[in-house]
Design a protein around this ligand. Structure first.
Ligand SMILES: NC(=O)c1ccc[n+]([C@@H]2O[C@H](COP(=O)([O-])OP(=O)(O)OC[C@H]3O[C@@H](n4cnc5c(N)ncnc54)[C@H](OP(=O)(O)O)[C@@H]3O)[C@@H](O)[C@H]2O)c1
Length: 201
């Protein structure tokens, strides 16, 4: 399959991309400054340009963009909207725009995060982004055309974030990277749609 991975040069991407290639997929890596093709999830024009450049794809995997930490007491609606721009609206745009460019039966695999389910100080934006991605995925799965599929992977702590958040979530263990990669592979190669995959270790 021909697959474009947005954020393929990042922490998760650096493990997922070789795994996809080892299974004989033709992988194009996209990012703002990294990879084969330039795209910024905060810019609709670059998303359109990316799809035109890569041509019809069988899979779109997004593991890019983060929610910023915030301060609830001073947070404004405008700041919240700006925080959601790349990770929520950008990933939604990848699907809304991608439905017109991707091949029949193509899959979309998005990335959210544990703050959708686990509140923590300073992640109002992060939680809202991931919760919105979960609901977007459920709705999009009902209406995507031409047999297209969509799923979202919600990772808990991995990489550097283990140290930052370890101990704050009682009973929560970091998700092993191999397990996380398996979830993405399953979304790309499987036949399920409309799933929120909670990779919580
Ligand atoms: N790491 C964790 O513990 C963890 C836990 C839960 C959820 N997540 C989520 O998983 C996703 C990936 O995490 P990660 O740790 O692999 O991130 P990462 O190491 O920071 O890598 C992010 C990748 O995305 C690209 N990127 C960033 N902003 C972008 C944008 N606006 N448009 C296009 N590409 C962009 C970056 O490349 P360029 O700089 O070249 O654009 C980079 O390749 C994020 O959504 C993150 O919030 C991560």
């Amino acid at each position: 399959m021909r697959i474009v991975v947005i954020g393929g040069a990042g922490t998760i991407g650096r493990r997922l991309v070789p795994a996809l290639r080892s299974r004989n997929h033709d992988v194009v890596v996209a990012g703002r400054t990294s990879g084969d093709v330039r795209v910024d999830l905060a810019s609709h024009a670059t998303i359109e340009a990316m799809y035109r450049e890569v041509g019809p794809v069988d899979g779109v995997v997004s593991i890019a963009a983060h929610g910023a930490l915030d301060e609830f007491a001073t947070l404004t609606a405008e700041e919240l909207q700006e925080n959601m721009r790349a990770k929520f609206f950008g990933q939604a745009d990848l699907v809304l725009t991608g439905q017109h460019h991707a091949a029949d039966g193509a899959s979309f695999t998005l990335t959210s995060g544990i703050f959708a389910d686990q509140p923590w100080p300073h992640v109002t934006g992060g939680g809202a982004i991931s919760g919105a991605l979960h609901s977007f995925t459920l709705s999009a799965a009902v209406e995507l055309p031409r047999g297209m599929r969509i799923n979202v992977v919600s990772p808990t702590m991995i990489g550097d974030s283990v140290d930052a958040f370890a101990g704050h979530f009682p009973g929560m263990r970091p998700v092993p990277m191999d397990d996380l990669v398996e979830h993405y592979l399953d979304c790309v190669e499987g036949d399920h749609t409309g799933r929120v995959i909670r990779a919580y270790g």
